[in-house]
Design a protein around this ligand. Structure first.
Ligand code: ADP
Ligand code: MG
Length: 291
């Protein structure tokens, strides 16, 4: 590539809000044949809200106050949703001690000499909690693209809270543009398969990898590169940083965390997924001009 045409391409991409931080990213972007998208904050707005509270003893307020007692110590977007709901219902968070966050699984703390856990099914079941009584509620939350957060006291299930996030208005259109460019689109998420499937259906995503622990996102990128794909990864979180660095081209959502932005080669200043097909189209046009 001539330095001149690359400079023009980088400038053009910047006009579209795609800041190219690494020189070769512009040329690589046009060769991408697989785009891997993080879910929360990338496909969705990343501002989840509580949609359902189910308490097995029918005391929803007590359950939310307990959940808020734990989540006030967490920085996860799911925690913000629970705190906002408790506040809007004017519930004071319970006092807890010994708070511990389990990356990609949930949170736990001690309250009245018992261990309280809030998190996904896999983790709570591995701690010996029987969640059978909450199955129907779990299905209805996931069918509406929400995330079920189970709550237990020691081994006793207490209830489930449904938290859902709005899909960005233009995610579906941006994914359609990727398809038109001959590119496959995959979602990776720590969330469960049923929730991921509901979102994939609404946005026409081709493949899903669900219940992926944060440390395993980069391994999926490596796996797809080994299969011969030229991979773009798009993400916003600290969790996504290793995967962004492992991809041929990493796209960080500009409103995301600094760690994600530093690990990516392109920053999408507008937060919209349209920046991905924009950069790919500009790259292809730039490379065409060179030959
Ligand atoms: P994502 O890929 O959606 O950002 P994470 O890897 O951060 O997801 O978390 C995966 C799952 O772990 C969540 O869907 C949730 O079930 C559980 N989890 C993580 N953090 C919390 C928390 N603070 N409170 C409750 N559950 C949590
Ligand atoms: Mg995210």
């Amino acid at each position: 590539a001539t330095p001149m045409s690359v400079m023009v391409g980088v400038g053009k991409a910047a006009e579209y809000g795609a800041l190219i931080r690494q020189g070769d990213a512009l040329q690589l972007a046009g060769k991408v044949d697989l785009v891997i998208l993080d879910k929360t904050g990338t496909i969705t707005e990343g501002k989840p809200a509580v949609t359902q509270v189910v308490a097995l003893d029918n005391d929803e307020s007590a359950l939310l106050a307990l959940a808020a007692g734990l989540e006030q110590h967490s920085e996860h977007p799911l925690a913000d949703a629970i705190m906002a709901e408790a506040k809007s219902r004017q519930l004071a968070p319970r006092q807890v001690s010994g708070f511990d966050a389990r990356n990609g699984q949930g949170v736990q703390a001690t309250c009245n000499n018992a261990t309280i856990r809030i998190g996904n099914r896999r983790w709570l079941e591995s701690e010996g909690v029987d969640l059978a009584a909450l199955r129907t509620h779990e299905h209805s939350i996931a069918a509406e693209a929400g995330t079920p957060l189970f709550i237990a006291r020691d081994r006793q299930a207490l209830g489930v809270i449904g938290v859902a996030d709005t899909i960005k208005a233009d995610s579906k259109a941006a994914i359609a543009r990727l398809h038109e460019a001959g590119i496959r689109v995959m979602m990776v998420t720590g969330d469960i398969g049923a929730t991921a499937e509901a979102i994939a259906k609404l946005t026409d995503i081709d493949d899903i990898r669900a219940e992926v622990l944060p440390k395993d996102k980069a391994a999926i990128v490596e796996e797809m590169r080994k299969k011969g794909h030229v991979v773009a990864m798009v993400g916003d979180g600290i969790n996504d940083a290793p995967a962004l660095a492992a991809a041929d081209v990493g796209f960080a959502i500009g409103t995301g965390t600094d760690v994600a932005i530093e690990s990516a080669s392109i920053t999408l200043m507008r937060g919209s997924l349209h920046g991905v097909p924009d950069a790919i189209e500009i790259s292809r046009a730039t490379v065409r001009n060179i030959h």
